[in-house]
Design a protein around this ligand. Structure first.
Ligand SMILES: Nc1nc2c(ncn2[C@@H]2O[C@H](COP(=O)(O)OP(=O)(O)OP(=O)(O)O)[C@@H](O)[C@H]2O)c(=O)[nH]1
Ligand SMILES: [Mg+2]
Length: 154
């Protein structure tokens, strides 16, 4: 993974992880995973990184006090996507409810109502322990491949 972070490990521009996932029906597959900075003022970076996006994992912080920030963040994602000609209602999307290990969390069902209005596949996770991370990755990879297949047939 290539990472550029501040002293307190906040992402400055993006993290980048290239992943070879073997062959799918004779085609070598290579995924490029990028993370965007979560802090509100890195808007320009987020926009740039969204250029050419094939699929998105939206990671929400499950803590009650982060719920407002989650909603603000998904609205920001919608705007930034729209500026690049993408639509949050149609782009391959997975939602992850992270930090499920903490005591002060919003029930998953409530998070779903607030953030997953499109009813896309979603996962509970404890990223710091690896729980739910691979499920999330597999799900977005599957959606992206399905989308590419559709494009080929269409
Ligand atoms: N308790 C708990 N802490 C977590 C979990 N996932 C991440 N963290 C912690 O949350 C903090 C932020 O994690 P990061 O991975 O830096 O978050 P980020 O989304 O990359 O944040 P930015 O790069 O600043 O936008 C770190 O201290 C992590 O250890 C989790 O599932 N449970
Ligand atoms: Mg980060």
């Amino acid at each position: 993974m290539i990472s550029l972070a501040t002293e307190t490990e906040r992402t400055l521009f993006f993290d980048f992880l290239p992943l070879a996932l073997g062959e799918i029906r004779g085609f070598k597959t290579r995924f490029h995973l990028y993370t965007v900075p979560g802090q509100v003022f890195y808007d320009a970076s987020r926009k740039l990184i969204l250029k050419g996006v094939d699929g998105i994992v939206f990671v929400a912080d499950s803590q009650i006090e982060r719920m407002e920030a989650n909603i603000e963040s998904i609205e920001n994602l919608r705007l930034n996507l729209a500026e690049q000609g993408y639509n949050l209602d149609t782009v391959p999307l997975i939602i992850q409810y992270n930090k499920r290990d903490l005591p002060n969390i919003v029930p998953a069902e409530e998070m779903r109502k607030a953030l997953n209005t499109r009813n896309v596949p979603d996962f509970e996770a404890v990223a710091s322990e690896g729980t739910g991370v691979f499920d999330t990755l597999k799900a977005i990879a599957k959606l992206v491949i399905m989308q590419l297949k559709k494009g080929q047939e269409g």
